[in-house]
Design a protein around this ligand. Structure first.
Ligand code: KIV
Length: 276
């Protein structure tokens, strides 16, 4: 658990969208990480993380796909319900997967309702700005909190063509600023800004009143998010500049498995104390 010397919100028993707003007002940075299963979510929650994102990055990290596009609504509900069962304090945000909200606002509402009802998630996240405003409006009208996501939006990778930094050109930067204001006005409780210039992210965070969470968006935003398996060093192939690795679990896990294999082969395991 985080101590009160690190966080003014250490004693909060449940992080809500209102707590995140308070954090922005009181200049406390919001710490967010992804999780997709019960065991990891439990560890993150015990450590005092503010927000857990059940990201559609599960498509890459958990299922081995090369993009976030293939993951289904049922699969997201499975991951989210596993996470929810573990979490006491953190706010849980679940991604609406590709194809479940873009074209049709009624379908978007049904998808969001399924996530809330069947997983117990606290909120949903959706990628895009003006193009998906009707869907966002409808979901918000049903009382479901929505987190926006602008900048590099991985569900649109086939439109972008690459995962390079977004909004470096004036026109795209301007659209991103307008979209951030639109999402705030619509009633989103927060926005993720992914892989955009730090100056642009800082401008958005100072112009809108809702918390801005960055990933590859510099320090002058209201919080940060990373993909758990990247920051723990479980995934090794992915090394963007913005990623700080806090562990090298890939090495540690492989070393442990190698030691186990050796112990089994040499009949060192189980020993006398490890049997009945
Ligand atoms: O799915 C995900 O993990 C995300 C983060 C990269 C913000 O959307």
């Amino acid at each position: 658990m985080i101590t009160p010397s690190i966080s003014k919100f250490a004693n909060v028993t449940k992080v809500t969208t209102h707590v995140l707003q308070e954090m922005k007002l009181k200049d406390e940075k919001i710490a967010m990480l992804t999780a997709y299963d019960y065991s990891m979510a439990r560890l993150l929650d015990k450590a005092g993380i503010d927000v857990i994102l059940v990201g559609d990055s599960a498509s890459n990290v958990m299922a081995g796909h090369t993009s976030t596009l293939p993951i289904t609504l049922n699969e997201m509900i499975y991951h989210a319900s596993s996470v929810v069962r573990a979490v006491k304090r953190a706010l849980v945000v679940t991604d609406l997967p590709f194809g479940t909200y873009q074209g049709n606002s009624k379908e978007a509402l049904n998808s969001a309702i399924r996530i809330m009802k069947e997983s117990g998630s606290d909120s949903v996240k959706m990628e895009g700005g003006s193009e998906i405003l009707e869907s966002i409006d409808r979901i918000l009208c049903a009382g479901i909190p929505v987190m926006g996501h602008l900048g590099l939006t991985p569900q649109s990778i086939h439109k972008f063509g690459t995962y390079v930094v977004r909004a470096t050109e004036e026109k795209e930067a301007q659209k991103l600023i307008e979209d951030a204001h639109l999402l705030e006005k619509a009633g989103c409780f927060s926005i993720v800004l992914e892989k955009i210039p730090a100056k642009l992210a800082a401008r958005v965070a100072s112009e809108v009143k809702i918390p801005i969470i960055g990933i590859g968006a510099g320090p002058d935003v209201d919080g940060q998010v990373l993909v758990l398996h990247d920051m723990l060093g479980i995934t090794q192939e992915f090394s963007p500049r913005f990623l700080r690795r806090y562990s090298d679990l890939s090495e540690e896990i492989q070393d442990s498995v190698k030691a186990y294999i050796k112990d089994v082969k040499t009949v060192d395991f189980p020993n006398e104390r490890e049997q009945y």
